[in-house]
Design a protein around this ligand. Structure first.
Ligand code: EPU
Length: 417
């Protein structure tokens, strides 16, 4: 297993190009199942999760040709309507094939995702929505077996806001008979990006970007071209890296309007942020100030940025409180940060962070994707060497992170096992 060796203390300066969003690319690749025509995608990030999704789709008979950041999909020969456990267990987002397969082929067999490091993450809302649309669903031997001659439009109110649940139901609704209204829909920019592609494919969707999506089903969808939106979480991760290590970095190929709340919090922490239509510049000259926040659905503070901000708070001046409201077990980075000298205690779903003047390098272990990113940030700010183990988590969701950080002056290298 590869590790990252970080020697902290360098300020960061220069330019980083942000990649396309993982959590937009994954559902968008699955939208290729909805049509027999070509879908041309650009700005697709180089990530393990994207490779896993492409492999899964290819197993189903979808043609997927990749050339750098471009992927050409063709769904004319899809014939295997199954997502096996071996794939789903490595990537929960595999559940996103369920809606498109059922909508276009009237049948799907998808393994139930198992447990997850950050919370239990059931998919009951995906199932409830598809059942409301007339699907017959049986759970047998760990698999969801779904059937429907043609899904029927209806009103679906999910019990909670779910990102991939909204995406699955949205894709299903595009080919359903009649009007589907998705209430309590997720408003994350990645849902909007998927919806924009679906409209280019001929879907009739209103309310894009709101919590009420109205979809009038069509008989068939056609081909389209689409550029995946910028990764707001990768963007925010690099902003936090500069806030923690100090420096002056410009992020290009990204958008500040995708992360308003996180940017406000960074300003509160003392960062100077300026932006244009496709870039953000961050300057940090002093020790950060402690900032408190609670995670919520978009447009609130993203749970996927919680760990990275905690790394900034760990060396900030003052005491902060961070409350996680989306996932029940997303504080696994806390024990590792404390190994670097942070002073963080957990009370229920709140972490109380007493900022220390200095972290000190140590071996730490990554437990999930965003926790890994937070440990890299802490390592950049720490004195001495930090070895981050199990970085396969990081490779799942960050496109060549160590190369991008090295280009702005970080001392970070991959140690191959
Ligand atoms: N939930 C249910 N039942 C469901 C669906 C969700 O109880 O049927 C619960 C979940 O357990 C969780 C909450 O609802 O407590 C929200 O979960 P959601 O379904 O929104 O999460 P997700 O769709 O599985 C996506 C991202 C995550 C991100 C969350 C929240 C993708 C592929 N994944 O997951 O990204 O944290 O939304 O914004 O889009 C990451 O990139 O590191 C990551 C974990």
């Amino acid at each position: 297993m590869d590790k990252l060796l970080i020697t902290g203390g360098n300020r960061l300066s220069g330019e980083i190009t942000v990649s396309g969003a993982k959590n937009a690319a994954l559902p968008i690749l699955c939208a290729g199942l909805l049509t027999a025509d070509d879908i041309k995608l650009s700005n697709v990030p180089h990530l393990q999760d994207v490779s896993t999704m492409i492999k899964l789709l290819q197993q189903m008979g979808l043609r997927a040709d990749r050339d750098a950041e471009q992927v050409l999909l063709n769904g004319s020969a899809v014939d295997k309507l199954e997502a096996p456990y071996e794939m789903v267990k490595t990537m929960r987002a595999s559940i996103l094939v369920l809606g498109p397969l059922l909508a276009r082929f009237g049948e799907a067999k998808v393994s139930l995702p198992g447990g997850c490091a950050i919370g239990s993450r059931p998919v009951d809302q995906h199932i409830k929505g598809l059942q409301a649309m007339g699907a017959e669903i049986a759970i047998e031997a760990g698999y969801i077996h779904a059937k429907a001659k043609r899904l029927k439009g209806t009103r679906v109110v999910t019990d909670m806001i779910t990102v991939t649940g909204t995406e699955n139901l949205l894709m299903a609704a595009t080919l359903a008979d009649g009007r589907t209204v998705l209430e309590n829909a997720a408003r994350e920019p990645e849902v909007t990006d998927l919806a924009n592609l679906l409209v280019k494919m001929g879907a009739r969707i209103e309310g894009i970007g709101t919590d009420r999506l109205v979809v009038d089903g069509v008989e068939r969808l056609h081909g389209a071209s689409h550029a995946v939106i910028a990764d707001r979480i990768e963007t925010g991760t690099f902003l936090c890296a500069v806030a923690a290590a100090g420096g002056d970095v410009t992020l290009s190929n990204t958008r500040s309007d995708l992360l308003d709340v996180a940017m406000d919090k960074l300003r509160e922490a003392g960062a100077v942020l300026t932006s244009g239509p496709d870039w953000i510049r961050v300057q940090m000259a002093s020790r950060p100030k402690a900032v408190s926040f609670r995670t919520t659905e978009y447009p609130g503070f993203p749970t996927d940025m919680q760990a990275q901000f905690m790394a900034v708070n760990s060396i900030a001046d003052g005491v902060s409180r961070v409350t996680e409201t989306i996932f029940e077990n997303r504080f696994m980075h806390v024990q590792e940060m404390n190994r670097l000298g942070a002073a963080i205690v957990i009370e229920g779903n709140t972490a109380i962070i007493d900022g220390v003047e200095q972290l000190f390098g140590a071996p730490v272990m990554a437990t999930d994707l965003r926790a890994s990113a937070s440990l890299v940030i802490a390592g950049l700010a720490a004195k001495g060497e930090t070895m981050v183990d199990r970085i396969y988590h990081l490779d799942r969701g960050y496109d060549r992170m160590e190369l991008k950080l090295r280009a702005v002056g970080a001392r970070i290298e991959r140690v191959k096992s």
